[in-house]
Design a binder for this molecule. Sequence first.
Ligand code: HEM
Length: 589
Amino acid sequence: MHHTPGFGRLLTALGRPCRSTAGVHIARRTFVTHNCFASPSKWRGSRYLHHGQERAKNPTTSGVVGRLDLRYGYSAIILLSVPVFFWLGTGNGSAFQTLQAEAPPDQDDEGDAQLRKRIRLDEVKEHGPDSERPWVVRGQSVYDITEWVAGHPGGEVILRAAGGSVEPYWKIFAIHQKQEVYDILEQYRIGCVDERDLVDGQVPADSIINPFVDDPGRDEKLLVHSATPCNAETPGEELGGFITPNRLFYVRNHMWVPSVEEEQYRLTIELDDGEEKTYTLMDLREKFPSVTITSTMQCSGNRRKHMTEQCGSTNGVQWNVGAIGNATWTGVRLRDVLVDAGFPIDAPPADAKHAQFTGLEAYGASVPLAKAIEAHGDVLLAYEMNGSCIPRDHGFPLRVIVPGHVAARSVKWVQRITISDEESLSQWQRRDYKSFGPNEGAKPNWSRARAIQEMPITSAITCITGAPPVPQPKAEMNASSGEEKKNNSDVVLVEGYAYSGGGREIVRVDISTDDGKTWDQAELVPAENHGSKLWCWKQWRYQIPAAEFGGCILAVKATDEAYNTQPETYASIYNVRGNLATAWHRVRV
Ligand code: HEM
């Protein structure tokens, strides 16, 4: 059986020489970047026992061992559903101001001369991702994490912090902000930052690396909910075209945007028996037929704002109607690549149940194997979006496209695909992208709920043009003429989209001008589509005589080929995550 040591994977992806990591066994069950533990319960408990140096004399370490026997399980991961938002609003740089330093350890208690060693920040920098012994700083303490890297549940992404502070990363991955994690790190402490490098007793901001420093520029028209990580939606008036232009396509990033050169990029496929095969981008382009599909991508939180406004508070980015877009995607079929890697798609082993995807920045998700290998499932490894190289924000150089499913499974910057008997263990699979009964409240049972895969039906009003102006008070009359503003148009044009997951075609869009008392049908706009099924949205439009417009509530709902339709209100589908906010879209005009 061939295994690629997890330790070296980031380096491989970045084209750096790989180091071998003795003793790393990659089991068929895998973690985010599938390190060496055989089951979630194992890695969430006693596996955190000290890996490396004997620190028996260190009382902190003995404490760790006892505490780490606690099985804190998935409930802890909820912390990661809020992770990034502690970072939000820090685009102003506040996150990079001097960090609150922790007091150095009590040296009398320590009784260990080595731990009192003062280390210059320049020396820490030398222990970066390429070093044989990566070091990190937290507070004023310095840690040699060499022995921990191979066992880190988040995989080799940990090396991003090597040579500097872990704190910017722990603000993003808030799951680290708990005693169990501090205790693990404490096992690897080798000294303290030299006082000469401290400013006001703290590590200065300029020695802390901003993980978002390489993020690409973005179109000013995007409506930014958070800058770091970037969460930005397409304004409604830009959603009118069947194809959403790349520069205006909504951006939903969980972390920073990875930087990788096409020539250095590698994709590794790991089969259920542990066999691995690695591909360059050129291999993929040359070995397999190129396929183009048209597919809508939609965040599970699209229209969450409406659920919040109409029903109650929800956790997550408060998207309006623009966390959705439609594009053509060109790439190769995942099933073709799996066959080439040796996977028997015509007779898959019984325990090969999921295809797990891992991104270069550590994001992870999975889809059922049946979808990944279905002849008409159109799951692609895409290198083009709307005929150009995929932009960095959307997954350059390679993005998994799982048409008909929630966009969270279409993993960007994919670097590893693993066939496994279980779903991805990431919190994005096991927690964030789930929905609950309206009665389940703020602390739902995450493990009981199913991960969102195929998307339900939805529709939205995105643009209203030619609407007569709302009557203005005298003071707001046209200043130059002194006359009231007039509407020149005879009709008001209402436009929007409708979309259903699973390749189910939209067959009807109903629109009401009296909040659902009476209905009419909107016109569906024809468009050219590629793919085995209707993976894309339909645009619709509806004209209302200007004289009849105003002082009413517009409502829209769609129906798909299976006669699925949308609920009237949010009361019946409310969930604290605000996922799948698909009730009729109402707009007061
Ligand atoms: C250097 C000291 C670090 C330690 C001791 C550490 C420890 C841990 C632990 C214990 C977990 C599992 C937490 C749980 O499930 O409750 C975890 C998960 C994770 N960590 Fe770290 N970590 C470190 C640094 C980093 C850094 C620097 C990054 C990012 C650059 C990172 C990214 C992640 C990710 C992505 C996960 C998994 C999230 C998931 O898939 O659910 N970690 N880490």
